[in-house]
Ligand binder design. Sequence first.
Ligand code: SF4
Ligand code: SF4
Length: 372
Amino acid sequence: MPSRVLILDAPSYQDVSGPITRALQELPGDFKGKKVLVKPNILGAHAPEKGVDTHPAIVREVVKQLQAQGAEVWVGDNSGVGGYGANERSAKASGIMEAASGCYRNIAQSGKEIAFKSRFGDKLIVSREVLEADLVISLPKFKTHALTVLTGAVKNTFGYAVGGEKSRLHLRAATFNDFGEAVVDVFQVRPPDLSIMDGVVAMEGYGPNNGTLRKVGKLLVSRDAVALDRVMAEMAGAPVEEIPFLKVAGDRKLGETDLKRIEIEGKLDRIPDFRLPISPAIVSIGQMVNRFLYPFIRIRPQVDAKLCTACGDCKKACPAGAITIDKTARIDKNKCIICYCCNEACTYQAISIKGHVRRLLSFGQEMLNRRL
Ligand code: SF4
Ligand code: SF4
């Protein structure tokens, strides 16, 4: 049976009940008595209007419809910033705890060590709910990502890993390609049964935290998370070969990446002038130059002292121990592995990935855009 992706109209968050009813029909059988983990993308403690996390209206409606069909629902994610308290703080700020209507679980509290098939470690601590759920319904966000170009259904499963596990993987898989592979390794722990992507308002540019909101008005739905991300990439105008996790997932035949073989319900249109992060240009240039020069041309995170509140979230998120907090955060460039976890963690937009080499790379970006 070919992989199918639904592209459903969802012009606003005011009423997403129709498309979500249609989305849930993609799963065969009924939900009665099933334990269902609903996994939104809760990157951090961001208000819904920032468009960083999955919008609570989608979580609310999915929970409501699953409960109406007799499911036992759990809602949770391991947010970008490690730590038990961070999960709850992020869920509250994003509106998802309230939207979960009593079904929220702090899934960081139930970590279980499992055997992990990966070049980057043989063990991984994941939330027990991921392993015990009869069904996993992933609710990713349609967004760009500085390190993975796009973040979608496959990348959303990276939040199965509890707290510091994500940081440890970042440290071991520090290059674009290695990190893409690590993302797929985690995805393989438990591919979701269904993914419903929040593309009502997407994020372009410097995602996943500092991008610009872009109204798209769609929910993307599929039982094949890889095919869904392939369709998202097409809409965003991002070449598959420059999205390492999609390439690895395709090579491992974990889902369909050939657009011609994906059955699409709805209209697949490219979003005009959708702005990708700088990463594709970096990858293109990085492939052309000596790989030993590559680390030096990658854009480094920079702290804006005027915006920094010295809250320390970036320090907690940094897998390389490269950040110290004085009056503001300071990054030790000799320790920094350029993973952008600090950029994800900072809710004050005080860490920028727009470095001084941006002008140098803009030519590559321009060439890339012309090629698309
Ligand atoms: S850079 Fe952001 S996360 Fe880090 S200390 Fe400053 S405000 Fe907090
Ligand atoms: S300073 Fe930021 S980009 Fe550098 S290693 Fe730490 S979290 Fe990653």
